[in-house]
Design a protein around this ligand. Structure first.
Ligand SMILES: Cc1ncc(COP(=O)(O)O)c(C=O)c1O
Length: 402
């Protein structure tokens, strides 16, 4: 069930693979963050990269969220979802001149700049347009987020941000530029962070830097703490939004500066499940039982990309004997696996399974490899399941080709 609505008929009607989302869970998780930071000036800029399906983006706007966009495409989605430019922060390590021009013309809240070169480009493009663009400087605090190396972004060996030691001189230089105004400092040290230590470390670094800059004449208006707070994929305890707020607010309060938050996963990951049917059950001798699903790395790449764990559960209980197996996808890659060494009631072809906590970095990372079609998506809201993205067709896939 999803919020009292049975999943089996939804899968029968829409086919699989199919993403299903709970609007109520998204709302509850957004509000939990908002309430945890209530009483301190803050803005939640939902990180669209986690899941930017329009209906989800619109739902979050309706809840009062602002947006964090990571590409020109995500800015477009944010606008179509009804956000105004002043509600959008624009982050990203490789913004092109076209991306920057778009953001400057729109007048987004800030461009979160990633390098001295990018500051120069924003300055030049803004002066051409006779405007001044608000920027926040993304610092690289050299903090180990203690997460998977592929989603760690705050170490000096990572490509993100500007080395914290370089920022004071850069700000002094930026003050003299007519096309930019430094209004914020930004840090995002990684994703799926389950230890509050690194997050508080980054917050401390931002506060100390803001103080140093103010003494030297650059007064910023806000600190952008980024996203990154993790969720529990396996049921083990993780810090709540309130524990996160209780850890960082005492640090930030001292600065008196407003904060920007960019949560993605925290809001949407537990709100989504990927429904998939068993295509085949293969007994590879004594070595292994392979359960081949109709979803794989093209719908959910996280297990393959990050060795990520997702619980996999039968949608309809069968009472079959528990059996150990590898749950794999249908693609021509050995790494196309949804879950290794799982114990499931012995699966049968045709049965429906749910891969849980796949609301973030699931459908947004889907691909057409092996000419597979992007999956459909359904939102359950107020007891009703409605399609929010229909399944791609082969004609749509081929329509770009000449
Ligand atoms: C700059 C920035 N902000 C926010 C996020 C969202 O992170 P998360 O989904 O872990 O909250 C990301 C994702 O890595 C990011 O790169």
């Amino acid at each position: 069930m999803c919020d009292g609505v049975a999943l089996d008929p939804i899968a029968a009607a829409e086919g699989t693979p199919l993403y299903v989302y709970s609007a109520a869970t998204i709302a509850a998780r957004y509000r939990a963050i908002d309430e945890a930071f209530a009483g301190y000036p803050h803005a939640i800029h939902y990180a669209l990269k986690a899941n930017s399906t329009l209906a989800i983006t619109r739902l979050l706007r309706g809840l009062g969220s602002h947006a964090d966009a990571n590409s020109g495409g995500e800015i477009d989605v944010a606008l179509r979802a009804g956000f105004i430019p002043a509600q959008i922060v624009f982050t990203g390590v490789g913004k092109t001149l076209a991306d920057l021009g778009q953001a400057i013309d729109l007048g987004v809240r800030t461009i979160n700049v990633e390098s001295a070169g990018e500051i120069a480009r924003v300055d030049a493009l803004s002066r051409e347009r006779q405007t001044r663009t608000k920027i926040a400087i993304r610092i690289n605090p050299d903090v180990d987020a203690k997460t998977h190396p592929h989603i760690s972004t705050g170490l000096k060996t990572n490509k993100f941000g500007i080395a914290i030691g370089d920022v004071p001189a850069l700000c002094a230089h930026a003050r003299a530029l007519a096309g930019v105004e430094v209004v914020g400092l930004h840090a995002h040290i990684g994703s799926q962070i389950t230890d509050l230590g690194p997050l508080t470390c980054a917050a401390r670094a931002l506060v100390a830097l803001a103080r140093e800059l103010a003494a030297a004449g650059t007064r910023v208006e806000h600190l952008d703490l980024g996203g990154g707070l993790g969720v529990s994929y396996d049921g083990s305890p993780v810090p709540t939004a309130r524990e996160y707020a209780d850890a960082v607010l005492p640090i930030v309060r001292e600065s008196g500066l407003a904060i920007v938050l960019e949560p993605g996963r925290q809001i949407v990951a537990p709100a989504g499940a990927l429904l998939t049917r068993v295509v085949d059950v293969k007994n590879a001798g004594e070595a292994r039982l392979f359960v081949v699903m109709d979803a794989g790395m093209t719908e959910l790449i996280r297990p393959m990309l990050y060795n990520a764990f997702h619980r996999i559960e039968p949608v309809v209980q069968t009472g079959a004997v528990p059996t150990s197996c590898d749950v794999v996808g249908p693609l021509c890659e050995s790494s196309d696996t949804l879950g290794k060494d799982r114990t499931l009631p012995r699966p049968e072809a045709g049965e429906l399974y749910a891969v849980l906590d796949t609301g973030a970095y699931g459908s947004v990372m889907a691909s057409n490899y092996n000419r597979r079609l992007l999956p459909a998506e359904v939102m359950v809201e107020d007891g009703v399941a409605r399609i929010i993205r229909r399944r791609q067709t082969i004609d749509e896939l081929l329509s770009l080709e000449i």
